[in-house]
Unconditional design. Structure first.
Length: 340
């Protein structure tokens, strides 16, 4: 079932029966899960994992195929020492390797995976950059400066239109899209901003040397702290942390809809379900029929934020981190009978 059903059939419907049943008592790491699901901590900030000291402040993440295994990539939202690291999983779910894929960058918050299996790591600092990284660790990360210099939060690729959507973490931040000259090569292209009219207009100076990108186009539409971003089924979903909103931009009809409040991070499962991290240390599932029900609850991590939601390539494992500010964090894996 298409994600468009989620967007076009009316308001979200909180409550009702969960597709996975009620949550059980908290278990390993404080996870309360439905019957049939198990959870574990796969990495913890400051602790060794496969020879690597896992980074502080884990934030945005994504999974990539790797033979009969897979890779989970995670950003580090630390000043000056941010970057990103990767966990390589074997077919049986054990961690076979851990390594850095980006170092020496600033406040790497969220990002996004590309269809050609690279990771876009976004810097949150003033005039932040987007770095294209190799999750397999064979090539050094490269800045993609044509994608603009601003407080980058997240990115999401739209292969149907050959563009990359991006959010901006400012109280009056904008929603952008980058149109590369050649799809698959992000070194050159055109940066555009969504306007109040619903149209996209070119940002005159993406380098923002004299004027910030969000102030260069008079009719640009502004959002209260753009945050997570995910594209699925011709819809780009993004969140705004200032008002905790979940938005849906329908790329086919060029329409924007605000779906609900109280959401910080988001991903999609192969089934068409959306998984959204709440401010209440809970992850909910939003089914294609717009029913909203709890999927998991995390206890014993008061004051933390849930980040980096991502499904393994087969869709049978969900990864996320719980982090306290720009300090320690725990990276979790949940395994079970997710809907296909």
């Amino acid at each position: 079932m298409s994600h468009k059903t989620l967007l076009r059939t009316g308001p979200l419907l909180p409550g009702g029966a969960s597709p996975y049943g009620s949550l059980g008592l908290p278990g390993a790491g404080g996870l309360a899960l439905p019957s049939g699901f198990t959870g574990r901590v796969v990495a913890r900030s400051g602790h060794k994992i496969a020879g690597l000291t896992w980074h502080m402040a884990p934030d945005g993440g994504a999974c990539f195929p790797d033979g009969d295994g897979w890779i989970y990539v995670s950003n580090s939202e630390l000043p000056l020492l941010g970057g990103a690291s990767a966990l390589r999983f074997r077919a049986d779910g054990s961690v076979g390797d851990a390594y850095r894929i980006l170092s020496g960058t600033d406040l790497n918050c969220a990002g996004g995976a590309t269809p050609w299996h690279s990771w876009l790591s976004c810097e949150l600092g003033h005039r932040g950059r987007v770095f294209e990284c190799d999750p397999y660790g064979a090539r050094a990360g490269r800045p993609r400066l044509a994608m603009g210099r601003f407080k980058h939060e997240a990115a999401a690729c739209d292969p149907e239109r050959g563009v990359v959507y991006m959010t901006e973490d400012e109280p009056d931040g904008c929603f952008y899209r980058f149109r590369p000259g050649d799809w698959g090569d992000l070194t050159e292209g055109t940066l555009e901003v969504l306007c109040s009219s619903g149209r996209w207009r070119v940002v005159p100076s993406p380098a923002a040397l004299l004027q910030e990108t969000r102030h260069q186009v008079e009719d640009a539409r502004h959002f209260d702290g753009g945050e997570a971003c995910h594209y699925a089924g011709e819809v780009c979903y993004f969140t705004t942390k200032g008002d905790t909103g979940l938005w849906a931009y329908d790329a086919q009809t060029s329409t924007l809809d605000r779906l609900c409040e109280g959401v910080r991070a988001i991903t999609a499962a192969p089934s068409g379900d959306l998984y959204v991290a709440r401010e209440t240390m809970q992850i909910d599932v939003i089914a294609p029929d717009r029913a909203v029900t709890p999927f998991l609850r995390l206890e014993g991590h008061e004051g933390a934020e849930l980040t980096g939601l991502a499904f393994s390539p087969r869709g049978d494992r969900l990864y996320f981190s719980a982090r306290r500010g720009r300090a320690e964090g725990h990276t979790f894996e949940v395994t079970g009978p997710f809907r296909g």
